[in-house]
Ligand binder design. Structure first.
Ligand SMILES: O=C(O)CCC(=O)C(=O)O
Length: 127
């Protein structure tokens, strides 16, 4: 499972996006450390939006509709319920499962040397 660490400056922000649907799977798990922050969710096909408070030492999961139908943003100057949130340096650890297409592939039987039967040939000679 790929893990990414973001080290965000107090004034750092993450622009609006939906995580790539080919390169990451159905779950995005974020661990929020050091500072509280806000994640805004914006519906892709309407003007609906939601503010989600990310307290320090909290975790969130984006999956299903929140994963695919809503874009997310971590704003530079956040507020939550009308309260201004003071951000400091923040660490965000992201865990993403593999894209569904990769997970759906059948496992290849392993050979004694650890390669798989559908590995490309490793010949060193020409022809
Ligand atoms: O800071 C966060 O937790 C959000 C990170 C994010 O949106 C991303 O890496 O795609």
């Amino acid at each position: 499972m790929p893990v990414h660490l973001l080290d965000l400056h107090a004034e750092g922000a993450i622009g609006r996006h939906v995580d790539h649907t080919e390169y990451s799977g159905a779950y995005i798990v974020g661990l929020s450390l050091l500072s509280e922050a806000v994640m805004e969710l914006h519906h892709e096909h309407s003007t609906s939006s939601i503010e989600m408070l990310l307290p320090r030492r909290s975790a969130y999961v984006l999956t299903a509709e929140a994963r695919y139908q809503w874009a997310h943003v971590v704003p530079k100057e956040p507020s939550f319920g009308g309260r201004e949130i003071q951000k400091t340096r923040r660490l965000s650890i992201l865990l993403r499962d593999h894209a569904a297409v990769e997970a759906a592939l059948p496992a290849s039987p392993a050979t004694p040397d650890g390669s798989t039967v559908d590995s490309p040939p490793t010949s060193t000679g020409a022809g």
